[in-house]
Each structure stands twice: as C-alpha cells, then as structure tokens.
Design a protein around this ligand. Structure first.
Ligand code: ZN
Length: 187
C-alpha cells in the first residue's frame, strides 16, 4: 500500500492538460494502485493523476450511484459526453470539494448526467452512463485532466470567497502538498 502526497492548488501539473496514456504496463498498474490507496486514505471519492504529480489522463473513483450500486474503478484516456447544463443558481446541495483545495466546500452547478468513455487499466474500452452525484464526480475528475479545478468554475460570489481562502492559506504556488493519513485535512 502506497499513499502518495496530494498536491495543493498552485502546482503547475494541476493547471495544465494531462497527456494520454500509451503504455498499459506494470508501471501503469502500480500507479493506479497507488491512486486507489491515496484516494481511500484521504479519504476522497475520486482522484486524478495530476493530483499526485503525474501528468497523465487517468482518474479513479469510488462512490455509490443513485441506485446504491457501488461504483469503483479507473478511467484511462477518458472522454466525457455531458448533457446540456441547466444554468440554475447553485444551492447547498451542489457543494463540492477537492483534495487539491482541501477542507473546503463550494457549490457548483453540474450537468445531471454524463456518458463516460474510457479504457481500463489493461487498455480495454468501456463506457458508463452516470447520473446525479456520480455524474458530478466524473465531471470533477475529468476537469482535472483538462487542467481545471472546480474552484476555477465557481460563480463570481463563491470565486471571491475561494480566492480569500487561497490567499489566507498561502496556496496557489508550486511545491505545496499534504499527506493523507498524516495531515487531517479532509477528515
Ligand atoms: Zn479535485
């Protein structure tokens, strides 16, 4: 079991697009296994490779869907097809968090359903239809691979609040991280 440090907002790898995976080898399997360990230790419901400093299009997730089925897996080289977004005002039910902006929650309206197409750890293609909170996780993790954090998408009011926190914690510069199981930032 290898838990890796999670990078905090400001690390350049979190703010640039990740690269496609081309080798489905033992190195990839071991990276994915570390990603699951790190997500579980945080604890979190999703983790993208750039969050542990790896510039690759991979994320892991673990969350029950709206029917209560356990959803746990890895998406390599994902594509996400998003239903049109209804532009409502965010409510408390839309509160989202991110392990790279730890300990905070801000509301963000997301699309209600998405279709994920990706490859598994062996390169085998699969697709999943996702609704509700599970669809939100997919949009959040996919954004990481594009180089966006959810705080980049907040409306003006909440963006200002997030910016205040970023300044007071002195986040937003390279070299910051926290260690799941050691630093209790998401407990
Ligand atoms: Zn995140």
């Amino acid at each position: 079991m290898t838990v890796r440090p999670i990078l905090i907002c400001g690390a350049p790898v979190l703010h640039s697009a990740a690269k496609p995976v081309t080798e489905f080898d033992e190195g990839l399997a071991s990276l994915i296994s570390d990603m699951f360990d790190t997500m579980d230790a945080a604890p979190g419901v999703g983790l993208a490779a750039p969050q542990i400093g790896v510039d690759k299009q991979i994320f892991v997730y673990s969350y029950p869907d709206d029917e209560g089925n356990d959803r746990r897996g890895v998406a390599v080289n994902p594509q996400l097809f998003i239903t049109p977004l209804v532009l409502d005002e965010p409510t408390a039910a839309d509160e989202e968090g991110c392990l790279s902006f730890p300990g905070e929650r801000f509301p963000l309206v997301r699309a209600e359903s998405v279709l994920l197409r990706a490859q598994d750890e062996n390169g085998k293609p699969f697709e999943i239809e996702c609704d509700g909170w599970f669809a939100r996780i997919m949009q959040h993790e996919f954004d990481h691979l594009l180089g966006y954090l959810y705080i980049d998408r907040l409306n003006h009011h909440f963006a200002k609040a997030a910016e205040k926190i970023r300044k007071s914690r002195q986040w937003g510069k390279p070299g910051l991280s926290w260690m799941p199981g050691v630093d209790d930032l998401e407990g």
